[in-house]
Design a protein around this ligand. Structure first.
Ligand code: MN
Length: 740
């Protein structure tokens, strides 16, 4: 690098030259007032930074001018953004204060600069702090997207001028760029900037591989150009014949994406550089662009055979980022595949400049605008409710950033965008957190599916709700969106908290009756005694009946304080209680009697039954039900002498005792009928559904459900209940074992 020589006269001229370059680029700021605001920001910034230099030795003001120019030229931002870009480093690095900005320019500018200053310290720490800082940075997104757009412009210029930094600093900045800025730029639709950020970052993180790919691209350039030129000749003629105003660009893959394929997916360079893409950009009014794009498609496929699997119509349904284009892949005469992208000038503008370009075409692009708003609202949602480890949040977020999108329709035809792999439950949470929480199933294209059903693009989804439903722990296994995960975790936590507060009341009453004060020392003593980590856990176990306060023994009370007699450490009888509390939660429901009802019961001391044991119920003289093991020492005596007091009992979760059967039903299609049926099966009867399908024809529905039942009595009860539902015509046991 040549040393920088300071010459004040030359610099003065150069500063003015760069400034007028910015003005030319800011073609959207045409009014005198806009120009005056930019001039004022330039003057303030120039004065504030006048004694500062960049690492290269150049005057510092080059940097804010360049950032402002990127905002104007490459992102297409407005005057306010240009003003803020010029001032973006003043509050942090000079004597200028936020108050000054507010007084000199206005509250909007003050807010944006405040956001920019706050996030400038991002990524200064260890990896986990990076994540936390990034979270903070994204939070400012909710204030004004311009903050993040200017920040990206700032980063782009720093990446372009990274040569002058020390090696460690280069590595740090480059990896941050790959970690966050490139994905962000991508999500905001700034494709060109994203590509440049990635390429520049690679140049510093993998200098040799970067150089290798650059060289090989250079060497093969002539061959590629010749091929493309030949390929487009007939298209050009035909398009001219149809009076199209158009431009055709040949496109090569970015260095970063080639690198990614070569080094991560182990594809040979020869196999990548060989994939060609061209872009046909037509000039056409908005109302004709869709029809014209298809006309061009028709011309292209007149000459070259298209691959029907590779047709992508992002004009009818734009991507979540607002991207619109028609893509097809066709076979060239030499047998090479060529991707052809067809789009209008407006679409191309949006594809290159992303979100910002929407402003220019606002009236015609409300959908994309709404999409962005929706996306920002989702991020805000997740961020504001997030109390998890920040790193896991970043992972979810990045997953959502990169994953492809699918398009799902609501019953009334509204379109929702979800990441690929989303399930019916994700969709329910996307509609509303309450819809998600009460979701028991869904109809996808009118067919009943379980919550975990993975949706495909184009599905129409109707969510089935039940007021009795609450979020379940296993839901976390099949939702993919960060916001759904967040909401489920929150609900589970809340549920646990509520149960614990019931347990707290129970304990308080117990203490009262024992003349023990409700003091934290006493609570701690109990925690220690039962070997639990927290008071919440203690209350929770009490409410769940896993700690039986009736059996509190071996403690003494003195002045309202409780203390366990160390010599009488947990009495022997406590052991079975612990055993029960370690059993899997779901299995603890007992179904008692012929109706398999849930009734209150206690577990017999003599044999300590645990979930999974073969058991029976015994009605005591007080009318209580005690549960004994079949092989309890007392069983023979009880069963032979008091047979009339014995009732059936089975653990609900004991699946080996359950049998799968099919039930076929017909009825009159009615809103809520499917809901009623699934509700009876899953909530009222507590029966597991293995599969369910549902079809409706001219008002008559036919359904097939496969359920797990304990025995025929159980099945008959279920079928009787289903027959009693209004609108159900027939309910029959089906012998076929196939899922329909
Ligand atoms: Mn800066």
């Amino acid at each position: 690098m040549e040393p920088y020589v300071i010459d004040p006269e030359v610099e003065k001229k150069e500063i003015l030259r760069r400034y007028s370059g910015l003005l030319r680029a800011a073609h959207r700021s045409k009014s005198t007032q806009d120009k005056r605001r930019i001039r004022k920001a330039f003057d303030v910034s120039l004065e504030a930074h006048k004694d500062m230099r960049r690492k290269s030795g150049e005057p510092y003001i080059y940097h804010p001018i360049a950032v402002a120019r990127i905002c104007a030229e490459e992102i297409g931002l407005d005057t306010t953004s240009i003003v803020c870009a010029l001032l973006h480093d003043t509050v942090e690095d000079t004597y200028i204060t936020l108050e000054d900005i507010g007084n000199l320019f206005g509250s909007k500018e003050r807010m944006i600069i405040d956001g920019l200053t706050k996030i400038s310290g991002v990524f200064d720490q260890s990896s986990s702090n990076q994540a936390e800082n990034f979270r903070k940075m994204l939070l400012t997104l909710s204030d004004d997207v311009r903050v993040i757009l200017i920040k990206i412009a700032d980063r782009l210029h720093n990446m372009r001028t990274l040569d002058h930094m020390k090696r460690e600093k280069q590595l740090k900045i480059a990896s941050e760029t790959l970690f966050m800025y490139a994905p962000l730029a991508h999500r905001l639709g700034l494709y060109n900037i994203k590509t440049e950020l990635e390429d520049l970052a690679l140049k510093y993180t993998e200098p040799e591989q970067y150089q290798e790919i650059t060289d090989r691209l250079e060497k093969t350039k002539a061959v590629r150009t010749r091929f493309i030129n030949k390929f487009i000749v007939p298209l050009q003629k035909a398009l001219e014949g149809e009076q199209f105003k158009f431009e055709i660009k040949g496109r090569t893959k970015s260095i970063y994406s080639i690198w990614n394929k070569m080094y991560k997916k182990k594809v040979r360079f020869e196999d990548i550089y060989d994939v060609f893409a061209i872009r046909i950009i037509i000039e056409t009014p908005v109302e004709k662009e869709k029809a014209d794009a298809w006309k061009v498609y028709s011309i292209v496929t007149d000459f070259y055979q298209p691959n029907p699997d590779r047709l992508r119509d992002w004009i009818s349904i734009p991507k979540g980022t607002g991207y619109e284009s028609l893509h097809t892949t066709v076979m060239s005469p030499t047998g090479k595949w060529v991707e052809v992208q067809i789009r209008s000038k407006r679409m191309d503008d949006i594809a290159e400049k992303g979100f910002a370009a929407h402003w220019k075409y606002k009236s015609t692009n409300e959908a994309a605008e709404n999409n962005l708003d929706e996306w920002l609202a989702q991020i805000r949602d997740v961020l504001e409710s997030n109390d998890d480890d920040a790193l896991s949040f970043i992972d979810d977020f990045k997953l959502n950033l990169f994953s492809e999108e699918i398009y799902i329709f609501t019953p009334n035809g509204d379109l929702k965008t979800l990441p690929k792999g989303s399930t019916a439950l994700d969709f329910a949470f996307r509609i509303h957190s309450q819809v998600g929480s009460q979701c028991i199933g869904a109809k996808v294209n009118h067919r009943l599916v379980p919550l975990s059903y993975e949706l495909k693009s184009g599905d129409q989804v109707e969510i089935i709700l039940s007021k009795k439903q609450t979020p379940k722990t296993d839901w976390l296994n099949f939702v993919v969106t960060a916001s759904a995960k967040q909401k489920i975790k929150q609900a589970l936590k809340e549920e646990r908290r509520q149960i614990a507060s019931e347990g707290k009341d129970i304990l308080r009453r117990k203490f009262n009756s024992l003349n023990v004060s409700f003091l934290s020392v006493n609570i701690t003593e109990l925690e220690r005694h039962f070997n639990l980590d927290s008071a919440t856990e203690l209350y929770y176990q009490i409410a769940k009946g896993r700690i039986d306060l009736k059996k509190l023994k071996g403690f003494s009370v003195e002045n309202g304080r409780i203390s366990f007699d160390k010599a009488v450490v947990p009495v022997k009888e406590e052991a079975p209680i612990k055993q029960i509390s370690t059993a899997p939660g779901k299995s603890e429901t007992l179904l008692i009697g012929d109706e398999n009802q849930k009734m209150d019961f206690t577990l017999a001391r003599c044999c300590n039954p645990i979930p999974g044991d073969d058991v029976f119920g015994f009605v005591t003289v007080n009318g209580e039900i005690k549960i004994h093991r079949i092989n309890c020492p007392n069983a023979t005596q009880l069963l032979s002498n008091y047979a009339y007091r014995v009732i059936k009992a089975r653990w609900a979760g004991k699946e080996m005792l359950q049998f799968e059967v099919g039930v076929h039903f017909t009825g009159i299609d009615d809103v809520g009928l499917v809901h009623k049926i699934t509700n009876i099966i899953s909530a009222d009867m507590n029966v597991n559904m293995k599969a369910i399908s549902f079809e409706s024809n001219d008002g008559i529905f036919e359904g097939q459900v496969r359920v797990l039942v304990l025995d025929t009595a159980h099945l008959n009860t279920l079928m009787d209940k289903l027959r009693n539902v209004n609108g159900v015509l027939t309910v029959e046991r089906s012998e076929s074992t196939e899922n329909s």
